[in-house]
Ligand binder design. Structure first.
Ligand SMILES: [Zn+2]
Ligand SMILES: [Zn+2]
Length: 464
């Protein structure tokens, strides 16, 4: 067995690794690299191996840093099947199209500048048509049911508790007479986050590829999120301002909606209007509503008691640009949940531009912000940030609720792997993290009893 690390190696985004078993190449994820425009442009366009040589792909979940470059893969000649869960397939159908539209729009902007400078023009990374072609390769599989991808290679997806449809990938294979188990975590969820079930333990792992996003950090307990959210809503009722929440369309948006809905139902907060202002977030919420097989008992009980987790009288899903723009003229108190999660594109930019310089307002940070993103600069409490090319003063409050994270922190990941039997693991590969997190987490895994740990670099190959 051979492991080749491509993306999210020594960094967070662009998840992509190749497992070669009995001469067959299995691609784990094909995510978008997100960061500086120029670097992203290069990395997303150039694969380290020829996509035609990949036989099968296994997709852990629908977040763009895991699935976002699938259309490029197909465009460059990948012909195989892409296995994922049902909910992941449904999410990809909407998310890849959305991403394609952003790609086309982005490149138009770049090309306008280049045309003026007399430079050659670029093609978009992929188009909506490429996204449609990619979606045809998706083959949904249920959780916990093994399926064979080649002779002597069997795969099982298990609930990872990170976003709806997110999976741990278990690969059982035999090669030259020995049988081994490889686990790829994708992103590891947390126990007790709203809506989703807890991450499923996998026993007897020999080789592990694990995310390390918060490998050097501790989050407040997931259960604290609700009380913190109540505090922020109470604050905005005082100032009569707006809470602007940049939130990933998938996962974070639905947690927020559900928690706010619970707080209203329990009479803990005033029913101020909430606007989910992102067509993608609205569409993703429908996928959350549909896939009740992924819900935890709390969400099911909420439904049984006659409440819908994602619907309420004061909750509005805005669709058109006009509706979105109308929010500017409205008076608070109100809550606007918009995307993109790291403030790199989408309607959130307009809301930040219109509201970030007003001390009445609150920008609420609820998720991971990658380096070199606008979201990161806001989370770092910079006095001034650049939005649409212009500097704007940050006068609104910036509040962070880390308890809403959908990623397990260091202790939660260690607890998870102890439950799996850490001392059984011969080799663990730490990916999907910034330098400090990777180094710290790799040491922690050794202390937890794993025999060898590695921090692969892009293009690095391990023969096991
Ligand atoms: Zn994720
Ligand atoms: Zn990720």
């Amino acid at each position: 067995m051979k492991l080749t690390f491509h993306g999210a190696a020594g960094e967070v985004t662009g998840s992509s690794h190749i497992v070669t078993i009995n001469g067959k190449n299995i691609l784990l994820d094909c995510g978008l690299f997100q960061g500086k425009r120029k670097e992203a442009f290069e990395k997303n366009r150039h694969f380290l191996v020829d996509p035609k040589t990949i036989d099968v792909m296994l997709l852990s979940h629908a977040h763009m840093d895991h699935s976002g470059n699938v259309p490029t893969l197909v465009k460059h000649g990948f012909k195989g099947k892409i296995f994922c869960t049902d909910a992941t397939a449904d999410l990809c159908k909407i998310m890849l199209h959305d991403c394609a539209r952003i790609q086309v729009h982005d490149i138009e902007f770049v090309n306008k500048k280049r045309a003026r400078a007399g430079k050659n023009l670029f093609e978009p990374l992929y188009t909506p048509e490429d996204a449609t072609n990619a979606i045809e390769h998706l083959f949904p599989q249920p959780y916990s049911k093994p399926f064979k991808i080649f002779d002597n290679v069997e795969v099982t997806f298990h609930d990872a508790g990170h976003i709806i449809g997110s999976a741990f990938t278990e690969i059982n294979y035999s090669e030259n007479g020995t049988t081994k188990k490889l686990m790829f975590t994708g992103d590891i969820g947390r126990r007790d986050i709203p809506i989703l079930k807890d991450p499923v333990l996998i026993k007897d792992i020999d080789y592990l590829i694990t995310e390390s996003t918060y490998g050097d950090r501790t989050h407040p307990a997931a259960a604290d999120a609700k009380a913190e959210l109540k505090k922020v809503v109470d604050m905005i009722c005082e100032t009569k301002g707006k809470i602007i929440i940049p939130a990933f369309s998938v996962g974070r948006t639905q947690y927020l909606v559900y928690l706010l809905n619970q707080l209203y139902t329990e009479g803990q907060i005033r029913p101020i209007p909430i606007y989910v202002d992102s067509p993608l977030s609205s569409a993703a919420t429908q996928v959350y509503s549909k896939h009740k097989e992924c819900w935890d008992t709390g969400a099911v009980e909420f439904l049984i008691n006659g409440q819908k987790p994602f619907n309420a009288d004061n909750l509005h899903y805005t669709d058109s640009v006009q509706e979105s723009m109308a929010l500017n003229a409205m008076n608070g108190p109100m809550i606007i949940i918009s995307a993109s999660g790291m403030c790199e594109a989408g309607r959130i930019l307009h809301h930040l531009q219109n509201n970030i310089d007003d001390p009445k307002n609150i920008v609420l940070i609820v998720g991971y912000m990658a380096e070199n993103t606008l979201g990161r600069r806001i989370a770092e409490h910079r006095r001034e940030v650049k939005i649409f090319g212009n500097y704007v003063y940050v006068r609104s409050k910036v509040v962070e609720i880390a308890a809403l994270s959908a990623h397990a922190d260091e202790n939660e990941m260690l607890e998870y792997f102890n439950g799996c039997g850490a001392s059984h693991i011969e080799h663990a590969f730490c990916v999907h993290g910034e330098k400090n997190a990777l180094e710290h987490f790799s040491q922690s895994l050794l202390k937890a009893g794993m025999k060898n740990t590695h921090i692969p670099t892009p293009g690095q190959i391990f023969e096991l």
